[in-house]
Structure formats: structure tokens, C-alpha cells
Design a protein around this ligand. Sequence first.
Ligand code: PXP
Length: 239
Amino acid sequence: MKFSLNVDHVATLRNARGENQPDPITYALMAEQSGVDGIVVHLREDRRHVSDRDLRLLRELITTKLDLEMAAEKSIIHIACETQPELATLVPEKRQELTTEGGLNVLDNLEKIKTTIHELHEANIPVSLFIESDINQIDASLDVGADFIEIHTGKYANAPTEEDMLEELEKIKTAAKHAKRIGLGVNAGHGLNYINIKEFINVEEIDEVSIGQAVIARSVFVGVEQAVKEMIYLINQKK
Ligand code: PXP
């Protein structure tokens, strides 16, 4: 299982003071040195964390791969085509939300998503759709031409009891198996941390996890290198 690091919240912290530090580019480069397989950023329409400049600099400087999370909106699609990330992950975006709260509803937005995927494919950018672990959404993702899905792990991460958590994990396993069977690549993320990753890594079909908040938070206490290496260690403990 690979591990891509989302550095959005390094930018959130920088933006809190409107100054230059902490710099998400430096953070991303340090994380690469510590072994992450890729860097993820979400260029939101309101630019609340990374900026266009951050994206340009990341594109120039990182040596692993860039996963650009984005809404299916014209101006952002244009930036994505120019930036040429190794992967574009389409996510729903509401201005009021604290973070990306739910998965994309592919079934209700077939044409819009299909057109967006087509435009990104024309620019040779593979596309992933951030969806819930729902078989119908997975089938719709294949129908609209997605290459990957990213399973939203928020319900697993925020489950109130262990029983609920294991139930969510079963749903994720079933969804991941189905997606793999029909030929989609499978990523996963949202709310994964140093505790809940331990069960999660046994979902065989997941190619890559995308983690941000937990690793950035831990790095405040132990530094970037150790926070990244601890997560890599846990991911590699697969039974
Ligand atoms: N994947 C997607 C599509 C996301 O929107 C986010 C949150 O920015 C993440 C993964 C990472 O979530 P977290 O910061 O909770 O690890």
C-alpha cells in the first residue's frame, strides 16, 4: 500500500497569519525525503489553503508524484490541464464545509463528471473520483471513464464504536474488491490516523492511502521526518 501525503493544512497554518511560514513546499520536499510516495493538494475555489503559486512550485520541485484534488469546475480544470499532475482527484466542494465532507455523487452528475474526465484525459491526466463505498457509485465511476476511485474513509474513521468501525471496514473491503474486479485503481482517504490505519492496511485491494491532518498534526510534536516514518512503518505492518 502506497502513502501520499496531503499538505493542505501546512498551508492553512501559514495562511492563518498571512505570512510565509510554515511553507508547504518545504514540508512536501522533506516528506519526500522521508519516504512518502506522493504529494496531494486540494486547490479549492476559495484558495483557503494552497495557492496557485504553491501548486506551480510543487509541480516544479517534487520528484514523486502530484495528486491534485479539485472540483469539476471550469477554471480549476484549466489550471489542472496546465499543471499536469500525475493524478486529478475530483471531489465535491462546498464553501461552508470544514473539509471535504462527503463523497462525490457521480450518479446524479453523470454528464458533468464525464465531460470533466474527458477534458482531463485529453490533457493526458488520469482521473480518480472521491466516492463513498457504494457499489452503484463505483459502477457509475467506471461508466463515466474514471481510472481510479478514492474511497471516502470518513465513516470508518469517525465511527462511534468499534463495531461500527468494523462494519464500515467491511463495506470498504467489499467496495474495493468490486472496484478492482471491474478494472478501477483503488485509493482511500479521509480521517486516517496512526490508530485506525492498523486495521485499514489489511484491505488488500487498496493501492494507496491519502493522509493529511494526522501526520501534519504529529509532525508539530516530533518533526516531519519522524511523523512520516512512523506512518510508513505502520502501513508496512500489513498482516
Ligand atoms: N482524500 C481526500 C479526497 C480529501 O479531501 C482529504 C482531506 O483533505 C484527504 C484525503 C485527507 O484527509 P485527512 O486530512 O483527514 O487525512
